[in-house]
Design a binder for this molecule. Structure first.
Ligand code: C5J
Length: 233
């Protein structure tokens, strides 16, 4: 397959070079996507996030089939909560706080059942797994070094939530010099309107943070003609 592939995207076409690109899947963990986890303790309807899972699975399978690098992140704290700032634990009025025991084990604590990535998107051998104590994937993690050592310059983002961990990670990536592409139907927010607002913020001003496109646009470029997006020519 000749590289780069040209993907229709906003604000303009994205030249994807799989040899230098990683698929970054943000926090598709049970804590956010399933009832009883961190997301629900904050009063959110987690079914909104479940809706993106089929599109994420299709992209992950195609990406793996092309031998692309995959990065999975989890928002996760050490069992002693030494990496959880007091402000983060005490903010708001959740029904359970970070570190408390919920139906899927301790909320947002590494290694607990709720902290695992949902089974259909689970990491496989050779993929990078990052436990991150913050919202951004680069804060207090080795991600930048791991990507740099593999010659990665482009990041394709999926995951949750759009305006929190996905956007924060895209902004961190932007400041580190990566070209970032967000797959709009592979990301979601608990809050109406926030996903669209984030996509608009990311792509405004000539792509001040990055690009956005659909999973169809990526899958079509990866050789799935049935995914032809309406605007492809
Ligand atoms: C949040 C995340 N929303 N993964 N985390 O607290 O977006």
């Amino acid at each position: 397959m000749p590289m780069p592939l040209t993907l229709e995207a906003r604000p303009f076409a994205f030249p994807l070079d799989l040899r230098h690109a990683a698929l970054v899947i943000i926090d598709m963990q049970r804590d956010f996507v399933e009832p009883g986890g961190f997301g629900e303790t904050l009063g959110n309807d987690v079914s909104r996030l479940q809706a993106i899972v089929p599109a994420c699975v299709a992209v992950l399978q195609a990406w793996r089939a092309h031998g692309g690098l995959v990065v999975h992140t989890r928002e996760a704290h050490a069992p002693d909560l030494s990496d959880c700032p007091r402000a983060k634990r005490e903010r708001g009025q959740p029904t359970l706080r970070i570190g408390d025991v919920g139906p899927m084990g301790r909320i947002l604590v590494a290694g607990e059942p709720g902290n695992q990535i949902i089974p259909v998107l689970a990491p496989i051998a050779g993929e990078i797994e990052i436990d991150k104590p913050g919202k951004g994937a680069f804060y207090a993690t080795p991600l930048h070094e791991l990507l740099r050592s593999r010659g990665i310059t482009q990041l394709v983002f999926m995951g949750v939530t759009t305006e929190v961990c996905v956007q924060t990670s895209m902004r961190e990536a932007n400041d580190r010099g990566y070209d970032s592409l967000l797959l709009e139907d592979c990301t979601e927010s608990y809050i109406d309107g926030f996903k669209q607002a984030t996509v608009d913020m990311v792509t405004a001003q000539g792509g001040i943070v990055g690009w956005a496109t659909s999973s169809s646009s990526l899958l079509y470029a990866l050789g799935q003609p049935s995914r032809r997006p309406a605007y492809a020519h």
